[in-house]
Design a protein around this ligand. Structure first.
Ligand SMILES: Cc1ncc(COP(=O)(O)O)c(C=O)c1O
Length: 364
């Protein structure tokens, strides 16, 4: 018989997939995606949720019948809800109003209680999802606040799993690791392992316009003026999490909502890879660093989650139009409606030219 004891045993060992079609001739290097949607909870957060819960159990911080509380952009919540369902804990999650309806439905499907908090509340505001998680953990008896931003077991999960996997899968040939930065766990933990194996590997962090991380890395200044709303979920921060190890990062690339959305759509269309919004950000960052790359380089871009969580967002033409990313009359050029309208336009031009030719030259 070949089976796993339970779904948690299938976490990790996600595939590395070559991205020839999207990288094409534009990127002068071999590019791979580390596709974390192959985890049972369809995101990299399965790794950290399991590791943080099991470490806390070992340390006696989580007791039977406990309630686990977390502030999450959705994915950690989903992984945690899955783990709590299996281990018999209650799960209370605070999320921002930015989280997609699909994500909220998924959290509730696993029995988690979801508390929605305003996305624009400052972190120290009692209404923010961080403050609400802290106060809930204080108020609920026998509860444990996982605190993925500050719990260093977040990055240790990636140090022990994602890093060694990438090293092994590339046969030690990886030269660039490109990864979105939110809590910093995926970036820092993996980077720490890879740098230990080869200090020359370049670590490229990816940040959003509207987040404080990039400027903090470049200048050491926490600049509140950097903060403004943006759309990519999970990418960037308005606080400085302990899990971002700034000393490990060689370059921090900022990406826009618009380009991230189109890259994610391209990954689906060109590679058949339905990955999430921030995966589009990681892919966009690879394009932004293409001038640093040479043919012998091996780039690994980490794709954090699955595209099905964004059907009502980047994979919806209506949503793309609402954001001003797609003009109503400029649909995807490969679509039939676009080709049909284009054909009609060209046909009209030629009809006009031909009748003028008949009139003027042949006098018909
Ligand atoms: C979709 C998505 N992408 C990227 C990230 C960033 O990962 P990390 O928190 O490990 O920095 C997150 C984290 O919430 C996420 O949910």
């Amino acid at each position: 018989m070949q089976y796993f004891d339970n779904v948690l045993a299938t976490i990790g060992d996600t595939p590395l997939i070559k991205l020839d079609r999207i990288a094409g001739e534009e990127i002068p290097a071999t590019v791979f995606g580390k596709v974390e949607s192959f985890n049972p909870g369809q995101s990299a957060k399965d790794r950290i949720a399991l590791y943080m819960v099991e470490q806390a159990e070992k340390e006696g911080k989580i007791k039977p019948g406990a309630t686990i509380v977390e502030a999450t952009s959705g994915n950690t919540g989903f992984s945690l809800a899955m783990i709590c369902a299996l281990k018999g804990y209650k799960c209370v999650l605070t999320v921002t109003s930015k989280a997609s309806p699909e994500k909220l439905a998924m959290l509730r499907s696993m029995g988690a209680e979801v508390v929605i908090c305003p996305a624009d509340a400052e972190p120290e505001d009692p209404r923010s999802y961080y403050s609400r998680a802290e106060s809930l953990a204080r108020d609920i008896p026998n509860s444990y606040y996982l605190a993925q931003n500050f719990n260093l077991n977040n990055q240790m999960a990636h140090y022990h799993t994602t890093g060694p996997e990438i090293w092994k899968q590339t046969g030690g040939k990886v030269t660039h690791y490109v990864c979105c930065c939110g809590t910093g766990g995926t970036l820092s933990g993996t980077a720490r392992y890879l740098k230990e194996m080869n200090p020359d590997i370049r670590i490229i962090g990816v940040d959003a316009y509207g987040s404080v991380l990039g400027k903090y890395w470049a200048t050491g200044i926490f600049d509140k003026n950097e903060i403004h709303p943006y759309k990519v979920e999970g990418l960037g921060k308005t606080i400085i999490p302990d899990n971002v190890s700034f000393d490990l990062i060689d370059d921090f690339v900022k990406v826009t909502d618009r380009n991230s959305a189109f890259r994610a759509r391209d990954l689906a269309k060109k590679e058949g890879l339905m990955v999430g919004y921030s995966s589009g950000s990681a892919m966009e960052a690879v394009f932004k660093i293409k001038h640093q790359l040479k043919p012998t380089d091996v780039v690994v871009a980490l794709f954090s989650d699955h595209g099905s969580r964004y059907l009502g967002k980047i994979f919806s033409d209506e949503w793309m139009q609402e954001q001003g990313f797609l003009k109503e009359d400029s649909f995807d050029p490969s679509s039939y409606s676009y080709r049909y309208r284009n054909f009609k336009r060209i046909y009209k031009v030629y009809k006009r030219k031909y009748s003028r030719y008949l009139r003027q030259t042949l006098k018909i």
